[in-house]
Design a protein around this ligand. Sequence first.
Ligand code: ADP
Ligand code: MG
Length: 868
Amino acid sequence: MAGKTSPLMEQFGRIKRAHPDSILFFRVGDFYETFHDDAVEAARLLGITLTSRNKNDPDPIPLAGIPWHQRDVYVARLLKQGRRVAICEQLEDPAEAKGLVERGVTEVLTPGSVVADAFLVAGESNYLAAVAPSDDSMRAGIALVEASTGEFLAGEFAADEAAAELGRYVIAEYVLPAGIVLARPLEAVLFGARAVTRLPAARFEEEDALAKHFGAAAIAGAPPLAARAAAAALSYLREVQGSALAQVRRFGRLAARDHLGIDPATRRSLELFEPAPGGDPAHTLWAVLHRTCTPAGARRLRALIERPLVDPVLIERRLEAVAVLVDDPARRQTVRRLLGETYDLERLTARVASGKVNARDLVALRATLERVPALAAALGGAAAPELARLAEALDPHLELCGTLARALVDDPPVGIKDGGLIRPGYDEDLDGLRELASGGKRWLAQFEAREREASGIPSLKVGYNRVFGYYLEITRTHAAKAPAHYERRQTLTTAERYVTPELREKESQVLGAEERLRQAEHERFLELRDACAACIATLQDTAAALALLDAFAALAEVAALSGWTRPRVHGGDRLVLQGSRHPVVERLLPPGRFVPNDVELDPGRRQIVLLTGPNMAGKSTYMRQVALNVLLAQAGSFVPCASADIGVVDQLFTRVGAGDHVAGGQSTFMVEMVETANILRRATARSLVVLDEIGRGTSTYDGMSLAWAVTEELHRESGPRPRTLFATHYHELTKLAEHLPRVINRSVRVEEYGEDVIFLHEVVDGPADRSYGIHVARLAGMPEPVVARARAILALLEAERVDPLEAAPAPESAGHVADGPRPQLSLFGTDPRAEELRALLAELDVDRMSPRDALALLYEWKEGLRRV
Ligand code: ADP
Ligand code: MG
């Protein structure tokens, strides 16, 4: 019957219209139902059955429901998939409702604003990021908020810096002004976002509310765009949480210059938290470091790695703290054992502040505070100022802790309104009510026995329900024997229920006492909660100190177990690592099998190390381990090196040639060139640049020419000279060292053994003397006739060999990129030999390789064969 809607669906429609962007969980009895489009979507995202309401209608309504007690599980799944959920509850008891039960939305849950444990991952931060672009979209303010801990950070950046900053974190939800165009780099970040919420632009202008929340002094001098983003984040969280956000107390500043810059490409290629696509999650830096004892410690340690420092003084201060814990195993074990007995004080405290706390949380809070004195004692006498500062911040809250211990039972129920929370002996009034209530219970038992005897009905019993209160129940078979003064209340199929005046009178006493007891327990609980809330500031400081202590202890544990050493980080510009290892690869090999290597970079003498060696020699591993060692050191960690002397790095840039991971297509090559150009533009004298086989995504000659020109550009006379590691399979590039004084050739040693090669993984000075392409091909099982044919072709090429330096000498003094376009080297673009190689490829019929890769491989064969 089209057009006629049931009252229930009318009610649904009204509520849904107010929450168009949320999936509405509409409570009907024991279920949360979703209807219409919500149902279709929920069924798809949750894998639950899609059915329909009133199936026989010509126009049935799609319906998908979940049992009420599984709500959180399903909500968590929807949030994880970037959806928001509005919870619509029954606001009155259906048994008492006259007509349609009143309903209303009690909670809106969004991916970036939730605070309940059920929706969070214990060891991971759950960030909401608000982005406020400038009118010309060249700059942007960012505010990052973690509602479940109270962390709040804001800053203003150039658009590409903003993108890089956001790239550091996993962002659960973005908040953006509606109808705004973003600059390209930011758009790229947002493109991969899980959830994006658009807000009216006016919400970005509530700076007065911002000043009121944090205090005018706290936000004074904050960059305008940072304040806009912060205002929007605050306003949005207040709206969806419906709370004052008392857990958000500190307005922290974000500034690009305070932390080691790590662009998204570098983050990916270093596999900090996520493995390369298809890789094993155990093969990340995080998997090596993740040895914290608490979830808050894990989040803090992640943050140290997400945001390594650049100030040598601050770095050394952290290293000092870690060193104390490395050097004193007994102290470290005590600290870690005690931390292991604590709960997530950071999130507990935030829930106290937002009023979403139960008695179990307060018991956990108490248990945690009880460990604090021992933890502070364990730090006693530690020479490191940073540890002394933590010990200072650790406040055991003795009085609060004592009150909680006296007040709350050890294992209270989840509900806070049903009693059973407060220990006997804590409060006289409660004890009195308890006495009364249990006295009432005793009376009821006596009453039952008495009535049974008087009536001669053995099955007579006293019962209780919420609608009728206490009653006497007699089974139907005996109903006729009910005494005359029994007043019938309710008739069931199997029994009759009665009351008597005596029972009614007693009921008001018993029930009253129980109800008053529950009520009073709830009040006492709220007092306890308020007592905790009054200590928010010191509780948060204590929580932060515990988390950081846990992070330090984890770093110390890793260092001690893996034989890492303390690096020296300073304001100089050299970078010297001795006996350095790759933290992850080393762990994957049998003990002692990883070959340690040295590196020395120095803008004045050894600015660019050009690394050659055959495939599988260990070039990529070597370069990444240098970058990872720097990152670890600046995060405050020990490093897998015999010794490390690090002139502090401001930005890490790594670029991995497209051919190394994916079959190179034009678009990936384009990306590669865009990113390389970006490095040339942005790298400073303090940066560390790692280029791994760039130019691989295009034809050999093009690629080599580009690699050549990039090296020259990095070696420029004017402009910054970033320390650079450049791995290449283009053997020609090694000639650069003859002409560019700060380019140093190094290579990964291999030993020939008959027809085979043995990879020694040892990095030595000097260029690789051959590329061993033929050996690699042989190892790979390339058929002998193909190898023979390659030899013949190579001889042909050899006969007409061109030396790039003779063909196009490098310009005398290379200018900075910004000085204007450079003449591009194009040595081989139209070389007829390229055609010849292509013809050879056709013969090869190598179907597992892209033509480009095959060409590159062939080029390596040529190198090897040339010297055979
Ligand atoms: P390339 O980049 O030169 O092709 P990789 O760096 O990818 O080589 O290394 C290839 C493999 O060699 C790695 O997966 C690792 O197993 C091994 N390897 C690399 N470096 C070392 C080393 N220093 N000690 C031991 N094994 C190494
Ligand atoms: Mg490699």
